[in-house]
Design a protein around this ligand. Structure first.
Ligand code: ZN
Length: 189
């Protein structure tokens, strides 16, 4: 995972805020993990309507908790031809802030293999964090900062029921960062 380069001047302060906010409040109940399990079962059944319903329930519950407007979700069988989002390795979802619409797809672009549940849930959390950037933090854009990836990871590990990871970052050129996976994985018990 690689962060975006900081904007030159306009929005730089917001970008820095996004970079600094590395955690999210989490619900104290098991609602999101329970719905995440329902997404996993629905994916196994390969019934797209079931997957969509479970994703919609997940987003509705998360939106209520964070007190933001609901966002809509579309679950597609394969990656659409036109995508907005630039993701580092492979593309599994996107978010349209005007329409407040998340799209996620169940098959990878190249080999048409079914996306793993972990990747799918991580994408759903990632796209929902874009929604939070606009609706909760009121940023004028939603950058992939270190903070953004940390927030998305906090939500994902809560929903998946896996231990939170401390992410270590390594600097790249032009103010970008990449996750130092060896260090990150070493520090996780
Ligand atoms: Zn993104």
């Amino acid at each position: 995972m690689l962060t975006d380069a900081p904007p030159r001047k306009l929005n730089l302060a917001e970008f820095q805020d996004s970079d600094r906010i590395t955690t999210l409040d989490l619900p104290h109940d098991e609602c999101l993990p329970r719905i995440a399990s329902a997404i996993e079962s629905a994916m196994k059944s390969e019934e797209i309507a079931k997957v969509r319903r479970a994703c919609a329930e997940f987003l509705k519950s998360a939106s209520q908790f964070y007190q933001v407007p609901d966002c809509s979700v579309r679950v597609l069988t394969a990656r659409p031809l036109r995508v907005r989002e630039q993701w580092t390795t492979e593309l599994f979802g996107d978010y349209n802030p005007e329409a407040m619409l998340i799209r996620v797809w169940m098959r990878t672009a190249v080999r048409k293999e079914i996306t793993s549940f972990g990747t799918f849930l991580s994408t759903l959390c990632h796209e929902f964090c874009h929604h939070l950037d606009y609706q909760k933090f009121r940023f004028s854009d939603s950058w992939h900062t270190r903070g953004f990836y940390e927030r998305a990871a906090v939500l994902y590990h809560h929903a998946r029921g896996t231990p939170q990871k401390h992410l270590f970052w390594a600097p790249m050129s032009s103010g970008r960062w990449r996750i130092d996976w060896p260090r990150t994985n070493r520090s996780t018990p």
